[in-house]
Design a protein around this ligand. Structure first.
Ligand code: 5GP
Ligand code: ZN
Length: 114
């Protein structure tokens, strides 16, 4: 756990969240400012600051997130599709420096939102 990391504190239960999924390695909760009817943040429990820090030693965390995403999407009834987004760094629009994937769905998403 990284000091002063919002998502580490959410994973630890120090800050409340609307949890939708948890296993040994992954935690997922609803975004506080949803951009679609379903907007879930899927995060590795291991603190990795951003996608630029993924390497051969920690990339299994990404695979585990995507395994969880497939399960969550089924549980949320996103049978006709969904979008997964990662923002990386300042220019990518990342505001919380703990790697996370936005799972968006529940409607036909704009083709402009890539
Ligand atoms: P980013 O901009 O880093 O890709 O995404 C950060 C996301 O975290 C944003 O969509 C924002 O709404 C969400 N967020 C920020 N603070 C909180 C919080 O305290 N709780 C929850 N559930 N989501 C948060
Ligand atoms: Zn963290």
């Amino acid at each position: 756990m990284a000091d002063n990391c919002l998502f580490c504190r959410i994973i630890a239960g120090e800050i409340p969240s609307n949890k939708v999924y948890e296993d040994e390695h992954v935690f997922a909760f609803r975004d506080i400012n949803p951009q679609a009817p379903v907007h879930i943040l899927v995060v590795p429990k291991e603190h990795i600051a951003c996608a630029a820090d993924i390497n051969a030693d920690n990339s299994v965390a990404v695979a585990r997130c995507f395994e969880a995403i497939a399960k969550i999407a089924k549980a949320e009834g996103l049978d006709t599709g969904y979008r997964v987004i990662n923002n990386c760094g300042e220019d990518g629009g990342q505001t919380v420096m703990h790697l996370h994937f936005h799972l968006l769905g529940g409607e036909k998403l704009s083709e402009k939102m890539l």
